[in-house]
Design a protein around this ligand. Structure first.
Ligand SMILES: [Cu+2]
Length: 300
């Protein structure tokens, strides 16, 4: 009774003192996701952890029970249980069933995360080109006023902002120019290596997802690819479909001041000036990360 009270108190303090919400506790440390694919993995993680805890409680009880209830009482050898076939079948069979169940849910979750919709259901298809040490995002099917496809290229002084619509199927076609990189947006709960010549090596450089809500989400290269690997950041800017459409129209249009089509920063600035409620979502530059100082001169 006293142990239960102490246990309850510890649980209560853990819940209140750490400021975790009930939903956060049930996520068991899983990072919050902004895609249906991420939520699916989160559910799998929650139930795997619950199952592991149930097994844990049973195992701890089986350890504690003999430790407490069956202490050495004399020199007489207790009854022996080795070569008990029934017990052996139980402790081999139950873990095997558990592995099969975990495997089943791993595969179904993975299939759901990697599922691809038909091309006609893909709203935006982006060619992601990774190179040492930046990103170039080209929107398929969008041509700017100069006849070139609309694309956003990062530089060492500007983080590339990949603007995408919310609640639409997005396809990412990954390709590297030089070495292996990795496309990683932590809030997607997903990362995929980016290879040069994926089709020649029979690699699948294509994945799809959709984004639940508007927001700015940092993206990183997650494969050590050279000296400025850590500087290879980008930002996903998820805007509602209406804002996204207006952004793409601005990207296609010529900028009267420069005489060339609007850059991502120029289009976002203009979008923000016509849509004050856009706020930080229309910030021309990345808000989740900033260019690294590469210190080329200082280190010489
Ligand atoms: Cu890289």
């Amino acid at each position: 009774m006293r142990l239960a009270k102490v246990g309850g108190l510890v649980g209560l303090v853990a819940l209140t003192a750490t400021g975790c919400s009930g939903e956060e506790v049930l996520r068991f440390g899983w990072p919050e996701a902004v895609t249906p694919q991420g939520h699916r993995m989160s559910v799998f993680w929650t139930w795997s952890t619950v199952a592991a805890l149930v097994v844990g409680v049973i195992v701890w009880s089986l350890i504690l029970w003999p430790v407490i209830a069956h202490r050495k009482r004399g020199d007489k050898l207790p009854r022996q249980f080795q070569y008990n076939h029934f017990l052996e079948v139980i402790y081999t069979g139950i873990p095997s069933i558990m592995v099969v169940i975990l495997f089943y849910f791993t595969v179904t979750t993975q299939n759901a995360v990697l599922a691809k919709a038909d091309q006609k259901d893909v709203a935006v298809s982006v060619d992601v080109l990774a190179f040492q040490w930046n990103w170039d995002f080209t929107y398929r099917g969008y041509t700017a006023a100069d006849g070139q496809p609309v694309h956003t290229l990062g530089t060492s002084s500007e983080i590339p902002v990949l603007v995408l619509p919310t609640n639409k199927t997005i396809q990412y076609n990954l390709r590297a120019k030089d070495v292996i990189h990795s496309f990683f947006v932590p809030e997607f709960n997903f990362k995929r290596d980016v290879f040069p010549f994926p089709e020649k090596n029979n690699q699948d450089g294509v994945f799809q997802n959709s984004i639940d809500r508007e927001g700015s989400f940092v993206g990183r290269c997650a494969e050590l690819c050279g000296i400025y690997h850590s500087a290879m950041n980008f930002e996903v800017r998820a805007l509602n479909p209406d804002r996204f459409d207006r952004y793409m129209i601005l990207r296609e249009r010529l900028n009267s001041k420069t005489g060339v089509p609007n850059t991502a920063a120029e289009a976002l600035t203009e979008l923000g000036s016509t849509d004050p409620s856009c706020g930080n979502l229309c910030s021309p530059l990345a808000t989740t990360t900033k260019p690294f100082d590469t210190k080329r001169n200082q280190s010489r």
